[in-house]
Design a protein around this ligand. Sequence first.
Ligand code: GUN
Ligand code: ZN
Length: 500
Amino acid sequence: EPVHGRHLRRSSTSRSRVLASPTVTESSPSAPHPALPERPPFVVRARVLTPTSDGGTTFHAAGIVEVDATGHIAWVGPAGEHERAAKRRPDAVSASGGSPSPVADLRPLVLLPGMVDLHAHLPQLPNAGLGAGLDLLSWLRRYIFPLERRFADAGDAAALAPAAFRAFAAAGTTTVLAYGAVYAASMDGSFRAAEAHGIRAILGKVMMDRLTYDEDIVPSSILDQSVRETEELCARWHGAADGRLGYAVTPRFAVSCTAEMLHASAEIAARTGAWWQTHVSEDPGEIAEVARLFPEALDYVDVYDRAGGLGRRAVLAHAVRLSDRELARLVETDTRVAHCPASNLFLASGIMPLARYLEAGLGVGLGSDVAGGPDPSMFSVMRVGAYAQNARRTLLGESFTPLAPLDWLRMGSLAGAKALGLDDRIGSLEAGKEADLILVDAGLTAPVRHADHGEPPHEQIDNDPADIASRFIFRAHPDMVRGAWVRGRRLDGPGLVSGA
Ligand code: GUN
Ligand code: ZN
């Protein structure tokens, strides 16, 4: 399904100014806001911007989102309609006086669906921003393997993981599909941290039985041990916290895995219904090494195909340089791809031919790939992705229609949820879905403060959803995410000092 948000809907109030008072405009980011709701049920009034399941985008300048006691979105729409709708539903969370949960008015802040990060590395977060421009295999050896070895100390993992989840939430990410390290104890600590924090997390212990950093394991027993630990972790954590946590069987990539390990990993995923994640076709040196290690395979994708890894539960990261055959095979098997443009330029891996992939019908979401990418923010991933596609158009003369800001926003939310097979539950603000929300301050993304500029100069921009999305992406501010919720439960992270 294409990510284009062609059908833009606005509620009837969207053209009017949100705020009558000239003293409080969206250019006052420090204006006091009501306390944010901590847990469901609650009703909030805000500007509401969301992709929708039918391929469109909806914007309400004065919107209401009603979250029921189970953490589901009971109602979303323009404020004017809410009261009428609530009267027809006596069981609804009351929206007016004398109610158990009064409406918190969060305007002019903007409610969006929480972002979905399809690819990140938990133990690598401390390294974010370091090592730009090295080729992948050198970067892994020099920067990454020594860092991941620190997770041999389960205490290190237990200390880092909560900070990592706060950092993701602070960036606006409410669902993350992430790699851990090779150490089983560190994975238990990471899952426990996710369970306590409240983020939606799908994690997996990294499996490597060659080109590995695990110096304490006898090489001959790595495969068996890794398979056994993966099965145990999957049994413990897949579907835990009422389905908020999930397990992803995680063979690192073909360079680090024998065909036997790849095969065993795919078998576990198929048997348990867990996800299966790995890297593919990222960097020329890596691709050449895979061809050397797997001479019997047609190409890189075929290595995973032969192992039984492809399919709708598989999320392959990068896929920068797929041949037509590889692309067709991923589409045919309904395999999903995590597009990581910031990482791909940080490590000079290349620029994915995104338009060609979307045209072919590939399921694509976005990944930060921290620390291959320097920033956990999906908004900055969108920005780099947009710039990178413009580079393709200008340097290679490609003539595709570029994605618009609302298309990128969809890719970072609903398309990511769809790649995980979770789009019936998350990814957009629609009634019946679980309340995974973020609250974003557009004032921090404005180029000039309206108050310093006399009359609010760009009235139409304030309530144009495409313009709001454009600023979130191209002028993303590290503090712009003011709140984040999963199932209506507020997450720690937003509002802390950036990166804390
Ligand atoms: N390929 C194998 N491992 C990694 C990793 O940790 N990061 C990236 N970007 N690519 C990889
Ligand atoms: Zn990666």
